[in-house]
Ligand binder design. Structure first.
Ligand SMILES: [Zn+2]
Length: 449
């Protein structure tokens, strides 16, 4: 009498997965990667969870109906009934309340090194918190931003944010390298950006990704202006995992991030995601490429982490409306996405005891590379004239970048080592020309205009 019940529980679609999941019958499948498969998955709104670039396979969360359709297409579908991938998240991972408590504890313990700020409210009215870490938080310095969790189910990402804060604060008194970083740079960390989505992930649906707009949600990382809805790299269907929202920047969370980045003008950013062990940089749409130095720093980061580095369209698929495209194009930030973990480590929900410390420790070389690079080749300075553009050319004459100075007149232009010809200009005149030879460190320029 009990036998049929046991067989039912052991069948592929009956997960002994908690009743909190609104989509309990989804299965993780692996499918051989090809342009045709990607195109099919995109146009049929599949939930592509990750990529295994070592094996050349895509990892997809799919219902039995969706799997049947893939088989009809004769795609090579491999089941992976992993208990770790669709298990419930370990309770040790953070929710919005625990993040807020942790940040308040850091602030209370290190009041001279931190400034804690609610940078705005989510759709449901939750605070989105950012913490500034600096040797003197009252003084303005060139900024670096680390943000986690655009996507609610990517629960390892706030752990990295918290580890960055913990590492810098607990070592400042004794570690001369940390002192160098915090004396010259203000480090901003947003450990949990999509607070509503994460709350829903804990309460209702362990595979929830988007914010909570109208119950269906919007993919916050397809909602930014600039490249919004430009290359079939998002969806107009509300049920889709990559629903871009009704208009560019429609979501309050997106606006909070945009206003914050406009205010602090970071030189670098990392947006932490999971999973797939990747370092991504602009642009999300084929064949968009950023300038050489973005790629060279991204490749170096990939080498240090043993993650694969490239643009989203090179490594995954077209993605439009992403935060790093907007940051790069509009705010001249050098931004990266890091995709933590792999499916063999538990995908979105790795075992906490086994993977939490390993992952955050492994990832230190990534964010530390950027803090070190703040001391590397760059031209730095400040002008009083409004709307100055710095034209940077290689000695060959090739244009490297046209950098618009910040609204306060400051500029911090990261470049590879080498010789450059600079032109400081406004829309109607060239104010100053200079040749510079950039070696290992920053070059600070003085101006009379
Ligand atoms: Zn993500």
């Amino acid at each position: 009498m009990f036998l049929p019940l046991i067989l039912l529980l052991a069948s592929p679609f009956a997960f002994s997965h908690s009743g909190t999941d609104e989509n309990p019958n989804r299965t993780l499948i692996r499918i051989s990667d090809s342009p045709e498969v990607k195109k099919y998955l995109r146009s049929h709104e599949y939930d592509v969870a990750g990529i295994d670039w070592r094996k050349g396979e895509l990892e997809v969360l799919a219902t039995p109906e969706e799997i049947a359709k893939l088989k009809e297409q004769n795609f090579n579908v491999v089941y992976e009934l992993s208990q770790t991938l669709l298990r419930n998240p370990d309770p040790e991972y953070l929710n919005p309340t625990k993040v807020e408590e942790a940040l308040k504890r850091f602030q209370a313990t290190y009041p001279d090194l931190t400034q804690l700020q609610s940078i705005g409210k989510s759709l449901e009215g939750r605070d989105i918190w950012a913490i500034k870490i600096s040797s003197n938080p009252l003084v303005s310095k060139p900024a670096v931003l680390f943000n986690s969790m655009h996507h609610a189910r990517e629960i390892m990402t706030p752990e990295v944010g918290i580890d960055i804060i913990d590492y810098l604060l607990t070592r400042y008194a004794s570690d001369s390298q940390v002192q160098t970083w915090l004396n010259s740079t203000e480090v901003w960390v947003i450990p949990m950006f999509n607070v509503d989505g994460n709350n829903r992930m804990w309460m209702k649906d362990s595979m929830w990704r988007k914010n909570t707009r109208n119950g269906h949600g919007v993919d916050l990382n397809r909602n930014y202006p600039g490249t919004w809805n430009t290359c079939n790299g998002s969806s107009g269907m509300t049920f889709s995992q990559t629903y871009r929202g009704p208009s560019a920047g429609s979501e309050p969370e997106t606006q909070v991030m945009m206003n914050f980045v406009k205010n602090i003008r970071p030189v670098f950013n990392i947006s932490y995601h999971s999973f797939s062990e990747l370092v991504l940089y602009p642009y999300g749409c084929k064949p968009g490429k950023a300038q050489q130095v973005v790629e060279s720093i991204g490749k170096e980061m990939g080498r240090l982490l043993n993650y694969k580095a490239g643009t989203p369209w090179e490594l995954l698929y077209n993605a439009d409306g992403g935060d790093i495209d907007w940051m790069f194009q509009e705010m001249q930030v050098i931004p990266f996405v890091i995709e933590l973990n792999s499916s063999s480590q538990g995908g979105f929900h790795p075992d906490y005891k086994e993977w939490r410390d390993v992952t955050v420790e492994k990832n230190r070389v990534g964010w530390q590379l950027l803090l070190k690079r703040m001391q590397g080749p760059a031209i730095v300075g400040s002008v009083k004239t409004k709307n100055v553009v710095v034209e940077v050319r290689a000695t060959s004459g090739d244009l490297v970048t046209e950098y618009r100075v910040n609204p306060d007149g400051s500029y911090f232009i990261i470049l590879d080592e080498g010789q450059y010809n600079l032109k400081f200009k406004t829309s109607n005149s060239v104010i100053e020309q200079k040749s510079v030879n950039l070696a290992q460190g920053n070059l600070t320029l003085k101006h009379l205009f």
